[in-house]
Design a protein around this ligand. Structure first.
Ligand SMILES: [Zn+2]
Length: 535
């Protein structure tokens, strides 16, 4: 350690102490704001071609992060002593439009590609052909209150499920039930041989089918098992496709209730469930390739002789969706907010720890690959951590909306564990309020990397910038006009001081968690703690 670093640490420590003792709120740091701007400018440059996992653009981003770590004295955190945890993956996408044909006594009725349906993909097989009766299972969930499979036999049949989950559920539990993997596993457990998702009208309004259709040939990915195969939960119940509202209505022709009727009943809380009058003959074709990528991992060793044997992971996905068919002549998805902003703020959290007091627990900084492909890099990391020390908490930074000066945040997952009070205190120090989830229908809790840690039983928290102080307009206009589009780029009015504030609050949370005497724990009887913690 150099003298100047030691001095900087002492000063930073003194400043934190002063703030704590006087109750003065921490202010976003202007120099941090400038550095966040510089990180985002590099990561969202056209040169990186949208940072898709498995492309040179992603590898450039990974090299950038490793270089930044080295410059600020964050140590390599991968098991081989480098900054890179290699992740070997299978990428797959539809090789053609496939064919979904409704069958009945009236004869075959093909659904129309791009209007009625988009084909699914099967990373385990070039061609998947299933012909079977159809059973509509409502949302296809089994909650404490309702079992959508009760009284139905779906063995050997194709399950048809509405997108989303019942509105009455708590937001994180609703996200779990709305998740397509949860649904397919439920269908597989009951012997279904295929799975079709039909869009609910409210979902299609928020996520126009045309947007999905524009990206129908995007690559999906899965990490490779030791046998070299794509890790594919619910493999015997393949995802055959997604139907638009228009396509869904055709499925219900001749059935005892129409699509409109089941949607109305679903919105009222209780969709009917029944065998449909038609069957489906589905063929989907998938082209696959091997992809090599890496999670970038940095490490700050804990200072406490005992607690340094426990690891707190801060994560932010480094990848984005690459190059897609153009909108207004632009085909590069720069991902300035999704998630160059999260990576940049994570780098500043790392710097704050290096410059401040060393944490008692060990910190790992995970800038992971293939989040956009199904939370793949984080899943690989959470199942194959580069250390034998237990991971005791995850703090995830993904897509902070930095186009306004946020004054509140939504802390997903916080109320489920002892992280909650830590988040409360951290937010208070930054003068930021905590708000309930204003977008429960989005199912955000299962849509970013912290969820892979939750699945491994790790208490986790993920902050979303809140709706106050014009956040609602900023958030909804971003989701509508820029999310996963080429216009998520440097032309957005990014407030880099908001970035510094976002880094500050996540630093304060990590500081609380890393330095607390007690190891983070799920609350007694918590839904996810009960579901995923191995005894
Ligand atoms: Zn994204």
């Amino acid at each position: 350690m150099s003298l100047s670093q030691a001095l900087a640490r002492a000063l930073a420590g003194a400043a934190v102490l002063a703030a704590a003792s006087t109750g003065v709120q921490a202010q976003p740091d202007d120099r941090a704001a400038e550095r966040i701007k510089a990180h985002v400018a590099f990561l969202a440059d056209d040169l990186l071609q949208g940072r898709e996992a498995g492309t040179p653009g992603f590898d450039l981003a990974a090299a950038y992060v490793a270089s930044q770590f080295a410059q600020i004295d964050v140590q390599p955190g991968a098991a081989d002593g480098s900054y890179f945890q290699r992740v070997s993956m299978v990428a797959g996408r539809p090789s053609d439009e496939g064919a979904l044909v409704l069958t009945s006594k009236a004869g075959p009725a093909p659904l129309k590609f791009g209007e009625d349906y988009l084909p699914g993909r099967n990373l385990l097989s070039a061609t998947t052909h299933v012909a079977a009766p159809l059973v509509f299972v409502g949302y296809g969930v089994r909650t404490a209150r309702q079992d959508d499979y009760a009284g139905l036999n779906v063995k050997g049949k194709i399950v048809v499920a509405l997108s989303g989950a019942p509105a009455g559920l708590q937001t994180e539990e609703r996200a779990y039930y709305a998740n397509s993997r949860t649904k397919r596993l439920a269908a597989e457990a009951r012997g279904a041989v295929g799975f079709i998702t039909i869009m609910a009208p409210s979902d299609e309004t928020r996520r126009p089918f045309a947007n999905s259709a524009r990206q129908w040939r995007n690559w999906g990915m899965a990490w490779r098992t030791e046998a070299g195969e794509a890790f594919s939960p619910a493999a015997s119940t393949p995802d055959l496709g997604m139907l638009s509202v228009t396509g869904a209505a055709k499925l219900f022709v001749g059935a005892r209730r129409s699509y409109d009727e089941v949607v109305k009943a679903a919105e009222a809380g209780a969709p009917p469930r029944f065998a449909l009058a038609q069957g489906l003959d589905a063929t989907i074709n998938t082209e696959a390739k091997l992809v090599e990528s890496a999670n970038v991992v940095g490490r700050i060793e804990g200072a406490d002789p005992k607690l340094k044997g426990e690891v707190v992971v801060l994560s932010a996905h480094l990848d984005h969706i690459g190059v897609t068919p153009p909108i207004n002549g632009d085909s590069i998805n720069n991902g300035a907010l999704d998630n160059a902003g999260g990576v940049a703020t994570t780098l500043e959290v790392a710097r704050a720890f290096v410059e401040g007091e060393r944490p008692r627990r060990t910190l790992l900084f995970l800038l992971n690959t293939a989040e956009e492909k199904g939370l793949v890099g984080s899943d690989y990391f959470a199942r194959n951590p580069p250390t034998s020390a237990p991971i005791v908490a995850n703090i995830n930074l993904d897509m902070p909306i930095l186009t306004y000066d946020f004054v509140d945040v939504v802390a997903f997952g916080a109320e489920r564990s002892s992280l909650g009070p830590a988040v409360q205190r951290a937010a208070g120090r930054m003068g930021v309020r905590l708000s309930p989830d204003p977008l429960p229908e989005e199912g955000l809790f299962t849509r970013s990397d912290h969820y892979r840690f939750v699945e491994q039983g790790v208490p986790s928290v993920f902050l979303m910038t809140g709706f106050e102080n014009s956040g609602r307009e900023a958030f909804t206009s971003f989701l509508k006009d820029h999310y996963h589009k080429p216009s998520d780029d440097l032309s957005l009015p990014i407030d880099y001081r908001a970035g510094a504030k976002f880094a500050g609050i996540n630093y304060e949370i990590a500081r609380e968690v890393a330095d607390a005497d007690a190891r983070p724990a799920w609350n007694d009887g918590d839904f996810f703690g009960t579901l995923f913690v191995r005894p």
